[in-house]
Write a protein that binds this ligand. Structure first.
Ligand SMILES: Nc1nc2c(ncn2[C@@H]2O[C@H](COP(=O)(O)OP(=O)(O)OP(=O)(O)O)[C@@H](O)[C@H]2O)c(=O)[nH]1
Ligand SMILES: [Mg+2]
Length: 455
């Protein structure tokens, strides 16, 4: 992207709504606004809501009436000259407004390009830019709190703290390299190692937040699998607290994949009910079974449901063989129909598995199942004192921190000062990459292409 480009896109979703906003950002924004917006006021004022008409200046036809707001750069979201045109929220209107803005000098923004401008203009660092998308996509309170924290810069602050410690130790190390006779001026060897250990611990702690951060961001893809009639759809309904899927006493009821999202202790869980696994002559049902099997590879967690009241679990055991690579929770359903000794037998048959007894019909064991899903997804229950605003959420972030950690560990153990200095500098570089002070076009493209148009 050239810094001089003026870009435009609808900032509100395509669809029908009371208001639709088209954003223009770049040096030509005020000039384009003057061409396409007829206002009653004598001139465009900064941060003032002007009423007027959006027109095609070539034909002088009115496209819509609405408001114009001008935010003078750098005091704008992107740091550039920004104009917003607020019109009626119809897809055709938005399309026409964008077209006329483009005809008068702007180009269509790429996904995430407004935020990319903001990043390039120093309005936010890279972790904050990534958090913009996460705030928009958050589906649970915890996910939102986590993303808001990063947007406010809490994760970046933590990284800067670690970096400050590294700089503090690098200065005397470099001084010693220049003046070996003076040693590590003002810093004992123990303090030096202590500082490096503090950074090491801080990095490890952040790296460990990835499993929680990533599931908060993406949700966890959970597949309900099992033989026909074991109560898979009943389980989906009781987890969702609504009659989402048809439940019937006949095997082979569910054919399509039924998907929804539930909030389990703040975790967004994307849950899919599937057709009962069996070989069948029914054409449609067999398609459903095939679809269910195809989803296995993609699933991050499988709730394998079985009917506790049957005598023979050999088929369940066989089906579980295909799930060896997966995180599995065995849901022994219909526990209302069996006694304790049967439960014991089931426990011994499925020893080594995570197992929860439920009755979807009588709403029993469901809270325990939720706990089990939560622990399985994030590895542990989120403790009260961890701040989700400091969670890392992307592999990019995780890699940078792991590489920084390797450097710090090497520096701690290296007997040679020169190498220690190099490793400390290496760790500093990785932390700079983390917050985006050092970056490449390639990385930026990858990050911002995840955004939607207009952000
Ligand atoms: N007693 C008892 N019956 C249950 C329980 N859960 C489900 N059922 C009953 O079992 C039957 C099948 O339930 P579904 O939820 O349709 O089972 P499914 O696994 O989705 O079945 P398919 O879609 O055919 O594979 C229904 O009659 C349910 O009412 C339970 O916990 N206890
Ligand atoms: Mg079903």
């Amino acid at each position: 992207m050239k810094a001089t480009d003026t870009i435009t896109a609808p900032a509100t979703p395509w669809g029908e709504g009371g208001i639709g906003i088209v954003r223009i950002s770049g040096p030509l924004a005020p000039e384009i606004a003057r061409k396409v917006f007829r206002l009653k006021d004598p001139e465009i004022k900064e941060r003032y809501l002007h009423y007027g008409r959006i027109v095609d200046p070539l034909t002088d036809t009115t496209i819509d009436d609405g408001f114009l707001v001008y935010m003078k750069g750098p005091r704008s979201y992107t740091g550039e000259e920004v104009v917003e045109l607020h019109c009626h929220g119809g897809p055709l209107i938005l399309q026409k407004v964008v077209e006329v803005v483009i005809k008068n000098g702007a180009r269509l923004a790429e996904p995430g390009e407004f935020t990319k401008q903001a990043f390039l203009n120093g309005k936010m660092d890279l972790t904050q830019a990534e958090a913009v998308c996460e705030v928009i996509k958050a589906r649970t309170d915890t996910a939102l709190r986590s993303a808001r924290g990063r947007l406010e810069g809490r994760l970046s602050k933590r990284i800067h703290q670690l970096r400050d410690i590294l700089v503090e130790v690098l200065v005397p190390v470099e001084a010693e390299l220049d003046f070996p006779e003076d040693g590590l001026q003002g810093l004992s060897e123990e303090r030096f190692l202590e500082h490096l250990s503090t950074v090491e611990r801080g990095l490890k702690r952040l790296i460990n937040t990835y499993s929680e951060g990533a599931v908060l961001k993406y949700g966890i893809k959970t597949l309900i699998l099992g033989r026909p009639n074991v109560g898979k759809s009943s389980l989906l309904n009781v987890l969702l607290r609504e009659e989402r899927a048809i439940v019937a006493p006949l095997p082979g009821t569910t054919r399509d994949i039924i998907e929804d999202t539930i909030n389990i202790r703040g975790l967004p869980v994307r849950i899919m009910d599937t057709a009962g696994l069996r070989s069948t002559d029914d054409y449609v049902e067999s398609m459903g079974v095939r679809m269910a099997r195809q989803r296995i590879e993609d699933a991050e967690l499988v709730l394998f449901v079985l009917d506790s009241s049957v005598d023979d679990f050999r088929e369940d055991v066989a089906l579980l063989q295909d799930l060896r690579e997966k995180k599995v929770i065995i849901v022994a359903n219909k526990v209302d129909l069996v006694d304790d000794s049967t439960c014991g037998r089931i426990e011994s048959i499925f020893k080594g598995y995570r197992l929860v007894f439920t009755s979807a019909l009588h709403d029993r064991g469901i809270e325990r199942l939720k706990d089990s899903i939560y622990t399985c997804a994030v590895g542990k229950i989120c403790s009260q004192d961890t701040d989700p605003g400091e969670f890392i959420t992307s592999l990019r972030q995780k890699r940078a921190l792991e590489q920084a950690l390797e450097c710090v560990a090497r520096a701690k153990n290296s007997p040679i000062r020169e190498l220690q200095a190099e490793d400390i500098k290496g760790a500093l570089t990785k932390l700079s990459e983390f917050v985006g002070e050092i970056t490449t076009e390639d990385i930026l493209d990858r990050i911002f292409s995840e955004f939607c148009i207009g952000k």
